[in-house]
Design a protein around this ligand. Structure first.
Ligand SMILES: Nc1ncnc2c1ncn2[C@@H]1O[C@H](COP(=O)(O)OP(=O)(O)OP(=O)(O)O)[C@@H](O)[C@H]1O
Length: 754
């Protein structure tokens, strides 16, 4: 039997996101299935020039795992069943896809899993007894650890003339399916540190069942995922030894000399020694990035791999000659069988090195996997919840701050700036949290896919049905537990929403209460003071900025003129009325004037509105005919306010009307009772919401500041407490209460004295 050479395949992975962000310039050009040209970046071009490389296969970005497997390994791997060693290892810089190509354990399976499937399928078809043992090692800086054995001791390697390389104390576990290997790898990976070479050794004991031949063939399938750098960030020293060995082998090949190869310089090369010099087929997958940024690293990989293409398995030919001596082989196999039996005994005696070959132990491994999976999934869910919670909180704060900003913008610059800064910071934070959340949500959806894989793993295992059932139930139990947990988290988020809404409602309720109290207060004043003083006057100018239907609008509430000005100083009043500055000072109209002159019709766009507000003359019998200045709104309603005809004061007029506090029923011709008033107010408040919508319009840019839109001048419900007007009212209320308290105390004292 002629043995093949070492074969080299080059795989160019697709651009990753980071590379694309910098440049999508490709440094490699695939000429055909075997030829590749490396194009240096411009600055290096003069020194190095383009380089052409030839390999057994070149796989570009679009090549699938399946393609690669079918072309490189599908049939080669079956040589194992003929007693030939097969070695598969990857070479390349960090992040070039070595693990992806060799060891991907789910979905788009890597070459290892595909090779194992191929072996197990063939074993079932062939009538041969094949026992496969699996060992899983990690290797770094000359330390070799067993990932399937927690003893944490550095394993020794020794060379046996007959048996080849022997790793002392290495645990070997019987395997019967690909799934078992996946489970063991997952188990091993949990013990593994990062940036380590991973070495998987499958030892195959093959025996023909048919016929008299009791011979057992032994072959090894070695898979090595080799890290370019070690933990310290230095290029791996053992990989350097491997490079040296390959260079020397290549050189010797060219010069046709008997080389001395320094395999002994590293444990890694000791393990892989047979792959170069023994009864072996070796496939090297050189992994490279297409990006121009990684040109140097790609060249190193290509140079190294092209050295390896020139190596022929000289040793293997020698072995082939040896293999003709059937007796020698028979002897070796017998020894192996004996040793195997002895080893088995030894392993069974050592409790901590018991092979995992019974259902109980397998189930335990599965259990560990399931538990770890769901713990991780729960962690992710918890993080998702944490971020969702924070996002809701920040959103609420940002909204609140934005409203506050609208209110103080243009009034208190310093406070507005600091609020603006706060909002910006919060929004940044919000953005960060949202990004994090998306990441976690992606991970969570991956976990759900993995759940299915877990179930499939269990179903496909060789376990007894009762064990399988137990594991499936265990998975379902965990899924249920997670679902309950998720519901609880969602409930908490809903509770947060409810609390936030309640807070808004409480503010609005308190503001409605406050407004009711103002209305009641003013009504009392009208009744008590009659002609002399129509309403309680608050003289501060109140300017607020509100967001109406998403648009900023300035609300100005001008001070009400003092009615008594007119009553007691008619001249001054008339002068003010006539003065050219009158547009800036509110003018008054009395009921007398109402009768004499036509209602004031402004030249502003509000004409229409005012027209609608007809002003019929009150019948003489009406107790309000001699009331302080008043305005009739419609045939049934009036507002007992000084009638102010300037545009600017219309706001106050309309506000009061909307508040409902001054609307009396004409038909009754008497002052309504408290109860009736309350009903009227409630009715008004009820329709207020729809009125708001029809009143508020956005301001056009052309509107001058003086002609502030009538609709914008309305005081918004829910913001009452913000205005100085209201603040004064509250202060007065407090003072009144204090006075009342003091009075009570005085009374108490007097009664006590008595
Ligand atoms: N052919 C490919 N198609 C899609 N994604 C790939 C491919 N090759 C690699 N990747 C992705 O690139 C990333 C790095 O790959 P991988 O971990 O296999 O690199 P590596 O060479 O093993 O790196 P390291 O030496 O640092 O362990 C992974 O996210 C992997 O999924």
């Amino acid at each position: 039997m002629l043995l093949d050479n070492i074969k080299v395949a080059i795989r160019i992975r697709p651009f990753n996101k980071r590379e694309l962000e910098t440049s999508d310039k490709c440094t490699l050009k695939v000429i055909d299935q075997e030829t590749l040209v490396a194009i240096p970046p411009v600055e290096a071009e003069t020194k190095q020039g383009k380089k052409t490389y030839k390999f057994n296969w070149i796989f570009d970005k679009i090549a699938s795992q399946k393609d690669i497997f079918e072309k490189t390994l599908e049939y080669q791997v079956l040589s194992l069943l003929d007693g030939i060693n097969v070695t598969l290892f990857s070479y390349g810089a960090s992040g070039t896809g070595k693990t992806h190509t060799l060891m991907k354990l789910n979905e788009d399976y890597g070459l290892l899993i595909r090779a194992l499937n191929q072996i197990f399928q063939t074993i079932h078809n062939k009538k041969r007894k094949i026992q496969i043992k699996f060992s899983y090692l990690e290797f770094q800086q000359e330390q070799l650890y067993d990932l399937l054995n927690n003893t944490n001791s550095n394993l020794d390697i020794r060379d046996d003339v007959e048996k080849g390389v022997i790793i002392n104390g290495m645990r070997e576990i019987d395997i019967a399916s690909t799934q078992e290997v996946i489970n063991l790898i997952q188990y091993g990976k949990r013990q593994k540190s990062t940036k380590q070479h991973e070495i998987l050794i499958f030892t195959n004991y093959i025996q023909d069942i048919i016929g008299q031949n009791n011979e057992i063939q032994v072959s090894k399938f070695i898979v090595a995922d080799l890290a370019w750098f070690d933990k310290s960030g230095q290029k791996s020293a053992s990989l350097q030894v491997l490079n040296d060995c390959i260079s020397l082998l290549s050189e010797a090949q060219n010069k046709k000399i008997q080389p001395f190869i320094p395999y002994r310089n590293s444990k890694l090369t000791k393990i892989l020694k047979d792959s170069f010099g023994g009864n072996s087929k070796t496939l090297i997958i050189g992994c490279i990035s297409p990006s121009i940024m990684n040109y140097e690293e790609s060249i190193q990989t290509l140079e190294y791999c092209s050295l390896a293409t020139g190596i022929y398995n000289q040793g293997s030919i020698k072995n082939l000659q040896q293999s003709t001596h059937q007796d020698d082989f028979k002897q070796v196999y017998d020894q192996l069988i004996n040793e195997n039996v002895e080893l088995k005994k030894l392993l069974n005696n050592k409790s901590n090195q018991k092979p995992i070959n019974n259902d109980k132990e397998q189930t335990k491994l599965y259990e560990e996997n399931i538990l770890e999976h769901f713990n991780n999934e729960q962690d992710i869910n918890q993080s998702i919840f944490k971020y969702q919670w924070e996002i809701e909180q920040i959103k609420f704060t940002v909204n609140e701050n934005q409203e506050n900003l609208q209110r103080i913008d243009g009034i208190d610059r310093k406070a507005a700036d600091s609020l603006r800064y706060q909002i910006e910071q919060d929004q940044k934070q919000l953005h960060n949290y949202q990004e994090q959340l998306i990441k976690f949500q992606k991970q969570a959806s991956n976990f759900i896919i993995q759940r299915r894989a877990l179930e499939e793993n269990v179903n496909q295992s060789n376990l007894q049905n009762s064990y399988k059932l137990y594991l499936i139930n265990l998975i379902e139990k965990h899924i249920l537990r997670l679902e309950v947990y998720e519901i609880k988290l969602k409930e908490q988020i809903n509770e947060l929403h409810r609390q936030q809404h309640e807070r808004i409602m409480a503010i609005q309720r308190s503001q409605i209460n406050l407004r009711d109290r103002i209305i009641a207060d003013q009504r009392k004043h009208i009744i008590q003071h009659g002609k002399n003083q129509s309403v309680q006057h608050y003289s501060q100018i109140d300017t607020t900025t509100e967001v109406i239907d998403g648009t900023k609008a300035k609300l100005k509430h001008y001070p009400l003129p003092k009615v008594k000005d007119h009553y007691f100083n008619r001249e001054a009043y008339l002068q003010r009325k006539e003065s050219p500055k009158s547009i800036f000072s509110p003018r008054l109209q009395t009921p007398l004037q109402l009768k004499d002159i036509k209602p004031y019709v402004p030249k502003t766009p509000h004409t229409k509105i005012l027209e609608n507000l007809s002003t019929p003359i009150l019948p003489k019998s009406n107790p309000f005919s001699k009331a302080p200045p008043q305005k009739i709104i419609d045939s049934q309603s009036m507002v007992a306010l000084p009638l102010i005809t300037t545009n600017r004061n219309l706001s106050k007029f309309v506000y009061d009307w909307r508040g409902g506090g001054y609307k009396f029923i004409e038909d009754q011709k008497k002052i309504p009772s408290q109860k009736e008033l309350k009903q009227i107010i409630q009715q008004k408040q009820h329709t207020q919401q729809s009125l708001d919508k029809s009143f508020f319009t956005t301001s056009s840019r052309s509107t001058s500041a003086k002609r502030v839109s009538f609709k914008q001048n309305l005081l918004l419900p829910g913001k009452v407490h913000e205005s100085p007007y209201v603040k004064e009212f509250i202060n007065k209320e407090i003072q009144r209460k204090i006075k009342l308290k003091q009075l009570n105390q005085k009374m108490m004292k007097v009664t006590q004295k008595k």
